[in-house]
Design a protein around this ligand. Sequence first.
Ligand code: F6P
Length: 214
Amino acid sequence: ARRIWLTRHGESIYNQKALIGGDSSLSPNGAAYAEVLPEVILSRLPKSADGTPVPVSVWTSTLQRTIQTAAALPFAKLRWKALDEIDAGICDGMTYAQIAEKHPAEYEARKKDKLRYRYPRGESYLDMIARLEPVISEMEREGESIVIVGHQAVLRVIFGYLMAQHQAVLRVIFGYLMAQPQAAIPSIHIPLHTVIELTPRPDGTMGVEYIPVP
Ligand code: F6P
């Protein structure tokens, strides 16, 4: 069966300093994650009927932290600009505390409506949903197993989309409750140093397993 593994890049220098955006490299912790990632994926690879491992491709963004995280994975790689992290515009390179201090109105506006809020000269989650559409359709066309090494906001969108899709039946039943499933996307928990393993099942549901990597 096909698998989709989602992982954020390993901890970056910016993550250590609590800065958003940028294009920093992995911290030593992040580099250690990149080193063990191949073992984690290889141990999870489903075997095909004749016992050979199934083909896998690895998708990253064009940012150093995802490229470095994927470097040791022994599979074909594809870089997508569309997988780059949300563009924080004028707030790129700041901490949330600095944003609250220097741009209090922006900080409040984002808190009020994180889905629709667009950073000045940057993006919103709704923008991300539009930008990730081609990646998601390619992911669905692709029959191979895929490792997506992404970023927090990007993976919230992809994971949220896949969950909503595979819960279509539930949506019909509880439609009024989930009238706005997109609103939940910006707060989905996507921890660092964790592989999320997704297994699409024949009945249309999706198996989800969080694999923390020590
Ligand atoms: O902090 C890491 C990060 O990937 C930032 O680069 C990005 O701006 C942020 O997470 C997205 O998360 P949130 O939408 O919660 O601010």
